[in-house]
Write a protein that binds this ligand. Structure first.
Ligand SMILES: [Cu+2]
Length: 126
């Protein structure tokens, strides 16, 4: 009779994980400019304020829901749309192309607003 005393040794796996985490040290100039150029729309008391916002191309518009009710921000042709925003939630959209962007709240369609993007527009202050 043979008794096979087998020692199973797990070879340590040499996992050569090459973490190619290329983290850019600086944003491209265009993104930095966009980040610096932002405008705010408040959603309060079932209104978008200001109802019409005029911005320069490249501006990021940030909507903040200051209401207790959920709201959405939805462009009428679906160019952009937010998820339902709860209180204090925000939605951002950067506008590169000049034009008029009408939007509404899909939960309360009577709530409407507009972003006008045109070259040379001053940054609106609320
Ligand atoms: Cu709403």
């Amino acid at each position: 009779m043979f008794h096979w005393n087998i020692t199973a040794r797990l070879a340590a796996l040499g996992l050569g994980i090459a973490l190619a985490a290329a983290i850019p040290e600086a944003l491209p100039a265009g993104e930095a400019a966009a980040a610096a150029n932002s405008a705010a729309v408040s959603i309060d008391n079932f209104n978008f304020t200001p109802p019409t916002l005029v911005v320069a191309p490249g501006t990021t518009v940030i909507w903040t829901n200051a209401d207790d009710s959920p709201h959405t921000v939805r462009e009428k042709d679906g160019k952009f749309k937010s998820a339902a925003l709860d209180t204090d939630d925000t939605f951002s959209q950067t506008f590169a192309a000049p034009g008029e962007y009408e939007y509404f709240c899909s939960i309360h369609p009577r709530m409407v607003g507009k972003v006008v993007v045109k070259a040379g527009a001053k940054l609106s202050s609320n």
